[in-house]
Write a protein that binds this ligand. Structure first.
Ligand SMILES: Cc1cc2nc3c(=O)[nH]c(=O)nc-3n(C[C@H](O)[C@H](O)[C@H](O)COP(=O)(O)OP(=O)(O)OC[C@H]3O[C@@H](n4cnc5c(N)ncnc54)[C@H](O)[C@@H]3O)c2cc1C
Length: 493
């Protein structure tokens, strides 16, 4: 899907914009990665401002209500050294506050938003929410701050370093640094990358989802229904097979659901799969199993295909469609599925999350081959693992995430973290490069780098990386085995 051409152009009148803040570090996006950047910078003494368009912090872990996976669940797999630093601290505090209801997302989400704000305030960070961050202020090829829109109107934020933690590289794109959006599929990609995403019409391929919670569900009755002995007819099987022409496999529905779905489909009442626009499809909802209590059931609707995170018109169409689909899905369940007759939609996540999207083509851009082959870089921030490594006989001890993957090309005063940082995605990117534990740690590393650069009065690209590495080691990050650390001059052999 190509980006739509503008209808024309108008000149924006010049005006004086009031400076509302003058800080050392401004972090754009208090999501999964950015919240750790702000806390880390604040703790290192930098005057730090954290900005987000949602008042609840946490991003994918906060208002997106964790659309899949878990907070640190993958850490033992994705981080050879386990979760460390401020992310570990937040995770430990979260676990202490968590109620064992089995309904983990609805609970954890709010704990995380609260803890993110608490840890940020404790670190002296100023929080500016809800605001929309617009263009960066650029002077002498350096980002020197941001224009921000809020209820006060447009204000300026002056900042020595800006960290782009917006997930979709908003600041970097507006700063005009090289950004990668489209990744044309290549048949040489390994089989671990789901083949349906290799079709050219799915460029730029992306995978999104929205989370929602239904209340008033008689879950034991639903389970009893799922356990019932339903044999699908040949017509049911044929009907299902026809639906499989969509590029996404049937995931969530067990056999007793199929005749109900088929009936609703055939009378034109509910389509569990939907083509929203060419090459964008709504997928089946995932009903998370588990010991649900209080009649709550959490679920998510997936949407995949040629989805651009840098096209607001398409975004508006897709988000409207998926939210309507959530509502229609709940109506279907209420009408047809035993146990749901008194169910209702309690909440749909305010934030429609994405696995992919634009990211910088950085001073170094991590490739899947780096990940498969266990690459080592002297500017390592932590070691990561890629799910595809075993397919390549790669090193189980993972690969290095280099500091340069935070640095956009050709622009000073700017760092990118989280999904905006420099790593090549292919299809679903089944690896750990974009996984939560890694990006949480990347957030802390970016915040520490910004604060140390300000302390030393240098641009982030001229930071003494050893200084940053020593700080991360103190924070418990795993940068390699002792011999490797000695080789890097970080410890004695
Ligand atoms: C469907 C789905 C399933 C996933 N499954 C897993 C999984 O199983 N395991 C796993 O480890 N990870 C999973 N993830 C995580 C995912 O892969 C990403 O890596 C992660 O969400 C990226 O975090 P981030 O900090 O870059 O972005 P986010 O957490 O999205 O944070 C970005 C923040 O920036 C703010 N923002 C953006 N633009 C602006 C602006 N212009 N002005 C102000 N604020 C702005 C947003 O409000 C948000 O708070 C999943 C994600 C999705 C969507």
């Amino acid at each position: 899907m190509t980006k739509e051409e503008p209808l024309g152009y108008v000149a924006e009148p010049q005006k004086q914009v009031p400076v509302a803040y003058d800080v050392d570090v401004a972090v754009v996006g208090g999501g999964l990665s950015g919240m750790f950047s702000a806390i880390a910078a604040g703790r290192l003494g930098a005057k730090t401002l954290l900005l987000d368009r949602f008042a609840a912090l946490g991003g994918n872990l906060g208002p997106a209500m964790i659309v899949g996976g878990s907070v640190a669940g993958e850490a033992p797999v994705t981080l050879p050294g386990g979760l460390a630093g401020i992310p570990k601290e937040l995770n430990d505090r979260m676990e202490a506050l968590q109620v064992e209801t089995g309904h983990r997302y609805a609970d954890i989400t709010n704990i995380i938003s609260h803890l993110a704000a608490q840890l940020a305030l404790d670190a002296g960070v100023e929080i500016l929410v809800p605001v929309w961050v617009g263009d960066p202020i650029i002077a002498d090829n350096r980002v020197a701050g941001l224009f921000v829109e809020g209820k006060s109107g447009r204000v300026a934020v002056k900042s020595k370093v800006v960290i782009d933690a917006s997930a979709d590289a908003d600041v970097c794109r507006r700063a005009g640094v090289p950004v990668i959006t489209d990744m044309a599929p290549d048949p040489s990609w390994p089989p671990v990358i789901r083949q349906e995403f290799l079709r050219p019409e799915f460029v730029p391929w992306n995978d999104t989802a929205i989370y929602f919670v239904m209340a008033g569900v008689d879950f034991p009755r639903f389970e009893q229904f799922l356990a019932s002995d339903v044999t699908l007819t040949a017509e049911d099987e044929a009907w299902l097979a026809e639906r499989e022409q969509f590029p996404f496999a049937r995931q969530a529905f067990e056999d007793p659901m199929i005749p109900l779905l088929r009936h609703a489909w055939e009378i034109g009442e509910y389509y569990y799969l939907k083509t929203v626009e060419p090459h964008v499809h709504i997928n089946t909802p995932n009903l998370w199993k588990g010991p649900y209590e209080n009649g709550l059931v959490g679920s998510r609707i997936n949407m995949g295909g040629a989805i651009r995170r840098d096209d607001m018109k398409q975004h508006a169409r897709l988000e409207t469609a998926i939210r309507m689909h959530v509502f229609e899905t709940v109506q279907f369940f209420r009408k047809y599925v035993p146990g749901f007759d008194r169910a209702y939609l309690l909440i749909t996540a305010p934030y429609f999350g994405s696995r992919g999207g634009p990211h910088i083509d950085g001073e170094y851009t991590i490739t899947p081959e780096d990940a498969f082959n266990g690459a080592k870089f002297d500017d390592v921030l932590y070691r990561n693992t890629h799910a595809a490594q075993p397919h390549y006989g790669g090193e189980a001890s993972g690969f290095d995430t280099p500091y340069r993957s935070l640095l956009p090309k050709g622009m000073d005063g700017l760092l990118a973290t989280g999904r905006a940082s420099a790593y090549i995605r292919r299809g679903h990117d089944p690896g750990a490069t974009r996984a939560r534990p890694a990006l949480m740690q990347l957030g802390e590393a970016a915040g520490a780098a910004a604060a140390l650069a300000v302390q030393d009065g240098v641009a982030p690209r001229h930071l003494d990386v050893k200084k940053l590495q020593r700080h991360l080691l103190q924070q418990g990050f795993f940068l390699g085995e002792p011999a490797r650390l000695a080789q890097l001059g970080l410890t004695n052999p």
